[in-house]
Design a protein. Structure first.
Length: 280
């Protein structure tokens, strides 16, 4: 059986290059491939050391992904000097897109991994929002980036999911007079809690529609205006005790309220950065 040694070099982990190589080698079942991958190759010296490992008596092929042009150019020179065939996986694509768009690439190694990390962070945040939805496991408040509180039908759950898609770990806690809020709400910074409120009339209509959708009678304490007012007053009392931001969500789309919250969180982040810069 024919044998071929393949070397995969990358300035990052090398997953992209290896996947390409495996897709190619899978088309040659009659060839015995010996694959070696070298990750985080960031200097010319590192390239030289890898070349020393290659047996010139054997058939060698090199695949490489270097976003830094100087490394890619150096690789070409070294390959020509030793007479080994090399495949530059990434440079032709970068050059073609730059030519067609007029935009220069960032040339940041590991960008795909960074994107993947962001994706998996969002997945974790969504799982967090599901686990700590509607007051389940109140200790989740201590782990959350943000906790939403409010009476029933103030958009806590959909907002939690929306913010989770932005990468924030969000818990939410329902407030009603018969149930004392969890102690964890008072153990975190007020800046990590946002209170959601609404008007009596709006909640009355929303709750009626919800009951109708379940085929239930609208003659219920759940939709009684006096009861709704009692809940709202209780909720506002808790928000005042915590000292948290309060947002009225009446007639607002989820995206509008989320934008307010995100702006608030970004403002807090900017304050932290400024405090660090001042050495506070």
């Amino acid at each position: 059986m024919t044998e071929l040694s393949i070397y995969v070099l990358s300035d990052s982990i090398g997953d992209t290059a290896q996947q390409v190589v495996r897709s190619i080698t899978a088309q040659f079942p009659q060839v015995n491939f010996k694959l070696r991958r070298f990750s985080n190759v960031l200097t010319k010296k590192a390239i030289d050391q890898i070349f020393k490992l290659m047996d010139p008596a054997k058939s060698n092929l090199v695949f490489y992904t270097f976003v830094e042009e100087s490394l890619a150019d150096y690789m070409k020179v070294q390959l020509d000097q030793v007479g080994i065939r090399g495949i530059d996986i990434i440079s032709p694509g970068l050059q073609a897109i730059e030519l067609l768009t007029g935009q220069e690439p960032d040339k940041e190694a590991g960008r795909i991994r960074k994107t993947d990390d962001e994706y998996f962070d969002r997945i974790k945040a969504i799982e967090f929002a599901v686990r700590y939805d509607d007051g389940q496991e109140p200790h989740g408040i201590l782990k959350a980036d943000l906790t939403l509180i409010g009476v029933s039908r103030t958009s806590k759950t959909p907002l939690s999911m929306y913010l989770a898609n932005k990468g924030y770990k969000v818990a939410n806690i329902p407030l009603f007079p018969e149930n004392k809020p969890p102690k964890e709400l008072f153990q975190v910074s007020p800046s990590k809690v946002v209170g959601l409120t609404n008007s009596v009339n709006y909640l009355n209509q929303v709750r009626k529609e919800r009951l109708k959708s379940y085929g239930m009678s609208t003659q219920s304490r759940y939709v009684d205006k006096k009861r709704i007012l009692e809940e709202l007053q209780y909720g506002e009392e808790i928000m005042k005790q915590i000292g948290c931001l309060k947002i009225n969500v009446e007639s607002k789309a989820i995206e509008e309220t989320a934008a307010e919250i995100l702006q608030y969180l970004e403002g807090l982040q900017q304050k932290k950065i400024k405090s660090k810069d001042k050495g506070v």
